[in-house]
Structures are given as structure tokens and as C-alpha cells.
Write a protein that binds this ligand. Structure first.
Ligand SMILES: Nc1nc2c(ncn2[C@@H]2O[C@H](COP(=O)(O)OP(=O)(O)OP(=O)(O)O)[C@@H](O)[C@H]2O)c(=O)[nH]1
Ligand SMILES: [Mg+2]
Length: 321
């Protein structure tokens, strides 16, 4: 299949070519990477979509929530893609979307596209593929892209930097230990959802809600004029899901109304470009054959106490510039 045929297949909205294209961009082979770049450049860029990040600790109910929200959106006429950024190593085997059983109804629907994350490599590598997969899904006519990530380590920050709206799922009772929640997470959160607000956890969830509210008041808002929305839901009982979607939309309208939506996407794109260049540059600097000998000499001199790191860095810069 040629790239043009693949692009045509994607644009026609078929799932098979889309899946094939994602496999192509996930490949690390150089010729595949070239083809992937060509493919991406032939596909149109869309700004009428919504990229929603969904994060939360293992077991908080991400899959159950995505099943409920995804079905609601499809019933409203949307087409929904679910992608994952999974920082877990292949040895621990924690694949985020491995539990497709929790998304049984959604994964059977024609209007849904669910893609498990690639085998974990470096986080930056997985994130790179996810960014490109978002573009492919949009070109294939999916207007809502859910990017799921497990709330451990750096992955939330990666995901927050590639979506329009960042939603965090929390457990009731977690409010007791607000200190335990990384302040940085609240700073990047647009919508905070306390899940499992059912049965005897209902009261606990309401308490957590007011604690989070208080915590947000102590922070500078992510965007001027808006406050993070805080809601309680039960993903299992499918209650409160519509309200979450309303909160996401209110947030999106705020961005659109203040000309921030596109600005934000542009900013994300330029930041990503900058990071790619920096990564490549660093890789080149440390791995280029011609500088290896020089670097080794500098290291020797430093260890022998003949050269300070500052002076060594200065010489290194002179050498490569
Ligand atoms: N009581 C209650 N249980 C829930 C709710 N949502 C999910 N659960 C249960 O919590 C467990 C974990 O749910 P998942 O949806 O698999 O959670 P997850 O965040 O996707 O978990 P990982 O994929 O392991 O990160 C399951 O047993 C669900 O049935 C809820 O709203 N209320
Ligand atoms: Mg899950």
C-alpha cells in the first residue's frame, strides 16, 4: 500500500488503515519513520476536535469512566478515539488498556477506536507516538480523542502537554491526605472528578470535594478567569457523567471565547518542536564519533583535578560550535 492510498483510507474514516498507520508511526525502523513523516504531512490538521486527557491512579476507575463517557458521546453523535500513554515497563506488564473488558460496550462500537499503548520504551518515545496518533485519529474523523494515562510519575505532565483539557480522577477519601497529592498535578488540572461517589463512600466524596475546592483556591488559576471544575460521580452507576461532559464543554467554551484554544495548541506544538530539537541535539552532541575523543580527554582532565566542570563545559561548547 502506498502512502497516498493509506492517507486516502484514513480520510475515508476506515479503522483498518488507521490502525495500520499507527503501527507505522510506532515502528522504530528508519524507513518506516520516513513513511510516517510523509503520511503525517499529507493529512489535514483539524482544530474542530477535542483532546481530553484522563489521568488517575491505578484502580480509580479510568476504564469504567471511559466506557461510560465514550458511550454517552457516541450517543450524542460523536466519534471517539481512546489512546494511552503508558509509562509502565514491559516487565511489570501494566498495560493501561489491557482491561478492554471494562470497556466492552464501547470497544464493540463502530464509532469508537481504542488503541492500547505501544510496548513501553522511554516515556518521551511513547509520548511522541501518542502525539502523532492523535493527529491520525483526527484525520480519520474522530472528533473526540481521549488520552488515558496512569497517574504515576511524569506521564500526567506529558499528557497534559498534548491535550486541550486535562481531567483527573480521584478517589473519595483521598482528601484526607491532600499533602500526598502532588501539588503539581492540581496545577495542571482543568477538571477534577471524584469517582466512586456511591454507597457508603458518597459522604466521603463530598468531603473530598470541599477539600479539593479549598486546595484549588490556594493555587493560581491555570488560565485567568477560570477555576478548575470539581465533580463527584459514580462511573460504575453511570451517574454524573453528563455533568462531567458539561464541565469539559464549559471549559472548552472559555478557551474558545478567549482565543486560548488555538493559542494553546500552537504553544504545545512549538514546545514539542523545541523539545524534539533539544533531544536530537543532545543525542548528537554526546554520540557523535568526532567529539568522543575530545569528551574523554575532558573527563580525564576533570577527574585528575586539572579542569573544573565549568571550564570543561566551556571548552566543549567551543569545540562543537
Ligand atoms: N463502587 C465503585 N466502583 C467502581 C467505580 N468505578 C470503577 N469501579 C471499580 O473499581 C475497579 C477499578 O476500575 P477500573 O475502571 O479498572 O480502574 P482503572 O483506573 O482503569 O484501573 P487501571 O487500569 O488498573 O489503572 C473495578 O473493580 C471497578 O468496577 C465506581 O464509580 N464505583
Ligand atoms: Mg484501566
Amino acid at each position: 500500500m502506498t502512502i497516498a492510498q493509506l492517507a486516502e483510507g484514513i480520510s475515508s474514516g476506515k479503522r483498518r488503515p488507521l490502525a495500520k498507520a499507527i503501527t507505522l508511526i510506532e515502528s522504530n525502523r528508519e524507513d518506516d519513520q520516513k513513511k510516517a513523516a510523509e503520511l503525517l504531512s499529507t493529512l489535514p490538521k483539524r482544530d474542530d476536535t477535542l483532546r481530553l486527557g484522563i489521568s488517575g491512579v491505578p484502580g480509580v476507575g479510568k476504564s469504567t469512566f471511559i466506557e461510560a463517557l465514550g458511550n454517552l458521546l457516541i450517543n450524542q453523535g460523536h466519534r471517539v478515539a481512546v489512546l494511552a500513554v503508558d509509562p509502565s515497563s514491559p516487565t511489570t506488564g501494566g498495560s493501561i488498556l489491557g482491561d478492554k473488558t471494562r470497556m466492552e460496550e464501547l470497544s464493540g462500537k463502530e464509532e469508537a477506536f481504542i488503541r492500547p499503548s505501544p510496548t513501553a520504551g522511554t516515556l518521551g518515545g511513547v509520548a511522541k507516538k501518542t502525539r502523532e496518533s492523535i493527529r491520525l485519529c483526527e484525520a480519520a474523523g474522530y472528533d473526540i480523542i481521549l488520552v488515558e494515562t496512569v497517574g504515576v510519575g511524569q506521564s500526567e505532565f506529558e499528557v497534559a502537554s498534548m491535550v486541550d483539557c486535562f481531567l483527573v480522577l480521584m478517589l473519595p477519601g483521598a482528601g484526607d491526605s491532600l499533602q500526598g497529592i502532588k501539588r503539581g498535578i492540581l496545577e495542571i488540572t482543568d477538571v477534577l472528578v471524584i469517582n466512586k461517589a456511591d454507597g457508603d463512600q458518597k459522604k466521603l466524596a463530598e468531603m473530598a470535594k470541599s477539600e479539593y475546592k479549598h486546595a484549588f483556591h490556594m493555587l493560581a488559576p491555570k488560565y485567568p478567569g477560570t477555576e478548575a471544575a470539581i465533580l463527584t460521580i459514580s462511573a460504575l452507576q453511570k451517574s454524573g457523567i453528563e455533568e462531567v461532559w458539561e464541565a469539559v464543554n464549559t471549559f472548552k467554551q472559555h478557551l474558545l471565547g478567549n482565543d486560548l484554544f488555538i493559542k494553546n495548541r500552537n504553544k504545545q506544538e512549538l514546545n514539542w518542536f523545541k523539545r524534539l530539537v533539544e533531544d536530537e541535539l543532545l543525542h548528537k552532541v554526546w554520540n557523535q564519533k568526532s567529539t568522543q575523543k575530545f569528551v574523554n580527554e575532558l573527563k580525564q582532565s576533570m577527574l585528575a583535578g586539572e579542569l573544573s566542570p565549568t571550564e570543561a563545559a566551556r571548552r566543549m561548547m567551543d569545540e562543537i560550535s
